[in-house]
Design a protein around this ligand. Structure first.
Ligand SMILES: O=C[C@H](O)COP(=O)(O)O
Length: 214
């Protein structure tokens, strides 16, 4: 299973979480990675943890003030990027452009979507993976894999119907190892999570619990 920890703009210490993700990754067969804010990518990547960007824009080098260039996050040490997170929505043409920008910079891509219908559309754009996240469960602690299993199974089917090579992750409310196991049982190859680690009193403990049953 792939466990991708998104730090959003939570007021956690990105280096503390990054080192915990790096260390716990060495104890498990699961693949762990962290997605800090863009300004923290370089310092986080220097810890040796697998580092992802939270977003890249559908742009190339040039006159694009205030945008995030895929090549720049790659230069800073990111190996992948989220695209179209529920909190950073893009229009379809811009999702397509951001996937192409990320691929140009050799970044792995996870395109997020709200539901199985959008997952099918996202998979058609040729990312490495898609992530289904019902917005109403994000940050609630109510895990999508247990509260709304149909949406995960339907997302897996929707992606398979478009392109077998596109992996499916699920996210929203995932905070325990049981939630991750439930996601795997539904056909997801990974989870996208945030508050369960970024807001935990002890992120390392939270991560150890997450991977314990894997
Ligand atoms: O990127 C992560 C997702 O939005 C899930 O967030 P959450 O784990 O806080 O529910």
């Amino acid at each position: 299973m792939f466990v991708l920890v998104n730090l959003k703009t939570y007021p956690c210490d990105p280096l503390e979480v990054a080192t915990a993700v790096r260390d716990v990754d060495e104890t498990t067969d699961a693949r762990l990675a962290v997605a800090p804010q863009a300004t923290h990518v370089e310092r986080v990547a220097e810890t040796g943890v697998e580092t992802w960007a939270q977003h890249v824009d559908p742009i190339d080098h040039g006159s694009n003030t205030g945008h995030t260039l895929a090549e720049s996050v790659a230069d800073a040490g990111a190996v992948g990027t989220l695209i179209n997170h529920s909190e950073r929505r893009l229009k379809l043409a811009d999702i397509d452009g951001a996937v192409q920008a990320a691929q140009r910079a050799d970044l792995e891509t996870v395109v997020c979507a709200n539901n199985p219908e959008q997952i099918g559309a996202a998979a058609a754009l040729g990312p490495d993976a898609v992530a289904v996240e019902p917005p109403e469960l994000i940050g609630t602690g109510t895990p999508v894999s247990q509260a709304d299993p149909d949406i995960v199974e339907d997302a897996v089917t929707a992606a398979e119907n478009v392109d077998d090579d596109v992996s499916v992750l699920c996210g929203a409310g995932i905070s325990t190892g049981d939630d991750v196991v439930a996601a795997g049982d539904l056909g997801a190859e990974g989870v996208l999570l945030a508050s369960g680690v970024a807001k935990a009193d002890d992120p390392r403990d939270a991560l150890e619990d997450l991977v314990d049953p894997l």
